[in-house]
Design a protein around this ligand. Sequence first.
Ligand code: PLP
Length: 450
Amino acid sequence: MAEAAAIKNILDPALVLGFSNLREMRTVGPHRIAAGHGIYVTDTDGKDYIEGASCFYCSALGFSEEELVEAAVRQFRELPFYSSGLHRAVPAVMELAEKLRDLTPIKNAKIALGATGSEANDFLLKFVRAADRMTGRSGRWKVISRLRSYHGGTLATASMTGVPESHAQFGLPLPGFLHTHQPDYFNMALPGEDEAAFTARMLGDLRDLIEREGPETIACMVAEPVSLSAGLVPPPEGYWAGLQALLAEYGIRLFADEVITGFGRTGPMFGSETYGIDPECITLAKAMSGAYLPVSAVVMAPDFYDALELASDEAGGFTHAGTYAGHPVCAAVALRTIELFEERDILGHVARIAPRFAAGLAAFADHPLVGDTRSVGLCGAVEFVAAKAPRRAPQPEGILSKKFAAFAKDRGLIVRMPYNSVCLAPPLVITESEIDEMCARFGRALHDLE
Ligand code: PLP
């Protein structure tokens, strides 16, 4: 009887699962993950998997970090919950903001907290309206982002997400959300076009978009330093410098969505440092608490914040808050996460093992179905093609990467598969021998694909 109930739960779960085929969930049910240890997770059948993508690119310290559990328990015992707002704040939450101010590349930043990456991005899109209004830029209400990049699940952040298929289901994007190219040299370069020329073409298209829409109507551009949701598309030569110069020319603010790239994923602490980007605001989430609890941040440059303060003066107070914007237990866990990054020199560890990770992926480049391999820090991608020659032989979008992911699962490896790529971004604490094991499992799945 109990077993029948359990099976019913698998096949027709009450839970609605994101990014899943909902009808399939009625008949097949979700893959149930019940436990975790280090870089491994275990399903309810007792099978172990290397979490090659840190779940949603977030579990930086693996799945069994006792220090984070203890930090949560300590804060739970002291003060399990209190909102920071209404002129009151919890010390652990204030301390987290101080820590982030010291850490992020924006000097003397001010920090607003949230619970999720979507919330941080959404808050920022709201804040920029106030900042623009107070700085004589009221006509600027539009937002540019890049196709294929994911920025969240709320109305505004899903609109900012550059995935037309996701928009179609929900009647999005909302008005004012504009999308420019993902600068995917591998797939979009014209025959004979070198990277510099490709970059010039991408930026030329962006300039056309800005001119068409009216620069005076555009508030900001939001972009990830490098986009894993788009398949880890590396910025082509001159891209970031050119992009920043172009936006500056038109007075368009640049915000970096570092929800994934923050906290060592690309090697340095922030992706903005990896790629020499100088954003006015940065959003953070995911690895900030090792993903053990939901907490996110909007990091704002002083001038930007000053404008918010003016808006607050005008309204008689800052009319913004979130009950869980800086939950004390989440903040305590985030603080401990950042301390562990420092105590254990996680960035040094990433720097030491990244070459082995890169070499492991590069070894697949000769496979007949692999068109490209690439990596930065501890994120990498293997891109499939239907045939090597011509290099970009067309294949139905995502067919091989989806097939590969199923083979990889059989081989005990969980990956993400954006478009025709398979992305790996293991927990940052992965060891050299675990990288070898992950690549061995990857190789066996690749063999199955032939
Ligand atoms: N921004 C980026 C780059 C993301 O990858 C994600 C989530 O995957 C988000 C924002 C949204 O974060 P969350 O899912 O925590 O709302």
